[in-house]
Write a protein that binds this ligand. Structure first.
Ligand code: URP
Ligand code: ZN
Ligand code: ZN
Length: 460
């Protein structure tokens, strides 16, 4: 099977030019101003459209036992949604319960994906307990191709680790050349503030952000920076939401800490007033760290365009509004945390970033694809349009106009946080290693074709 994409405007993190792309045996084999169609090749006319490298979402949850329930997507539903939204590679968090060994967790998460994904995927290995047995297993997991860890400084009593575990996880990561992704919030402050609010009968979804104000996140970042500085580990702050936290991270980077930063599409386009909607509707917008005051949005957009922030992810964690969010109807601390957006990330970034002039096209590609590929050992197979790269391509139609709705989305969840929002542009055709997986914006791919990507640790 071979594919010729003709006349599109190729846009990478560094260049843009009009050319044809020929793909064979899953890879890009030829790029030229004009390529004659070889016999038997499928030809796609991309004139008037952009051709981007497949987008990468470096932070998703698909199988997630969390807060007494399970997130709703399967690899089948999530990978279809990802592809329709232009994401061709997902990095999922393995989040074992504290009582589960790392090896069991890794096996369990792989079982969820095996034979069910239409797009490629890999994992960040959650370290939810650190002891000698787990350390040995973590070494094996790294040797098996998982070159990043995930830790939580939040979720006391669930995924959270203590400071001794944090220290030893970072030391192991440094030794192995593994990057450590981290959820940064001070879990003691969160727990104590939740207790105070509930004792005062302040129980609604709008209290969620009161329990986790910006300083709680900034303190979590400061804490991680101290440990990263002393161990020399490369760390990656997931879902950074606010100015205060960014300042802590940048101050640490300035003094030499090796820190990469991720923000989320939700923080760029939603704000805390969404979580204050009446009649419990605010529960749709409960996630951690919480949605912030709007004043943070220009800080995050600027951080992306000036290179302070490396990636935009989704932290996709879908919980139904009707059946799952009400677990916290009388207690905001029990509302399952997460705002689904795997399908919408690229279109929202394009509509609210590129079309408004906040991001140029190269920055869009960098923050939604190339930087994640480079940071997590996938580049240049992923995140690039060059000879030899995997033929993961997004032919993007900038003229498309449409609306987001839960009624039409492929994510398996009963609401959209962006219901009725207009989008300006969408992926028209998406390929996964040379096979067309989306055509005319519709999924036409193959469940089970997606493979787990093995990644090498960085060499120090
Ligand atoms: O609210 C969130 N972020 N839910 C998913 C779990 C996590 O913290 O990443
Ligand atoms: Zn998190
Ligand atoms: Zn997450």
């Amino acid at each position: 099977m071979s594919l010729l994409i003709k006349g599109g405007e190729i846009v990478t993190g560094a260049e843009h030019y009009i050319a044809d792309i020929y793909c064979e045996h899953e890879r890009i084999t030829h790029i030229d101003r004009s390529i004659d169609p070889p016999a038997g090749a499928e030809v796609i006319n991309a004139s008037g459209k952009y051709v981007f490298p497949g987008f990468i979402d470096p932070h998703v949850h698909i199988y997630l036992p969390f807060m007494g329930t399970f997130s709703k997507d399967t690899y089948e539903t999530a990978s279809k949604a990802a592809l329709v939204g232009g994401t061709t590679t997902m990095i999922e968090m393995v989040c074992p319960a504290r009582g589960m060994s790392a090896a069991e967790g890794f096996r369990l998460w792989q079982e969820q994906a095996a034979g069910k994904s239409a797009c490629d995927y890999t994992y960040h290995m959650g370290v939810t307990r650190f002891d000698e047995e787990n350390a040995k297993q973590l070494r094996d997991i790294v040797a098996a191709g998982i070159s990043s860890f995930k830790i939580f400084l939040a979720y006391k009593g669930a995924f959270g680790i203590d400071d001794a575990e944090l220290y030893h996880t970072l030391k192991l990561a440094k030794e192995l050349g593994v990057i450590v992704t981290a959820h940064c919030e001070n879990e003691t402050l969160v727990a104590e503030r939740q207790k105070e609010l509930l004792a005062a009968h302040l129980t609604g979804p709008e209290q969620h952000h009161e329990s986790r104000p910006p300083r709680v996140e900034a303190e979590g970042v400061h804490h991680l920076m101290t440990f990263a500085e002393l161990t020399g580990a490369h760390v990656y702050i997931v879902h950074l939401s606010c100015d205060e936290a960014l300042r802590e991270a940048l101050a640490a980077r300035h003094r030499g800490v090796n820190v990469s930063i991720e923000t989320l599409i939700q923080y760029l386009v939603l704000d805390k007033t969404d979580a204050e909607r009446p009649e419990f509707e605010g529960a749709k917008f409960v996630m951690s760290p919480p949605l912030r005051d709007k004043r943070n949005q220009p800080v995050l957009w600027n951080g992306l365009s000036n290179g302070e922030i490396q990636t935009v992810a989704t932290d996709h964690a879908p919980f139904d509004f009707k059946a799952q969010k009400p677990m916290g109807r009388d207690d905001f601390a029990k509302i399952p945390n997460g705002i689904p957006s795997l399908e919408d990330r690229v279109n929202l970034l394009y509509t609210h970033g590129v079309k408004t002039g906040k991001l140029d096209l190269h920055t869009l590609v960098n923050v939604a694809s190339t930087n994640a590929a480079k940071t997590f050992g996938l580049f240049p197979s992923k995140g690039a349009i060059q000879i030899g790269a995997d033929a993961d391509l997004v032919i993007y139609d900038p003229e498309y106009r449409g609306k987001i709705s839960a009624k039409t989305q492929l994510m398996n969840v009963d609401y959209s946080a962006f219901e009725g929002w207009e989008i300006e542009g969408r992926p028209d055709v998406v390929t996964v290693r040379g096979e067309v997986a989306v055509r005319d914006g519709k999924f036409v791919g193959t469940i089970g074709r997606g493979k787990m990507l093995e990644r090498e640790p960085a060499h120090f």
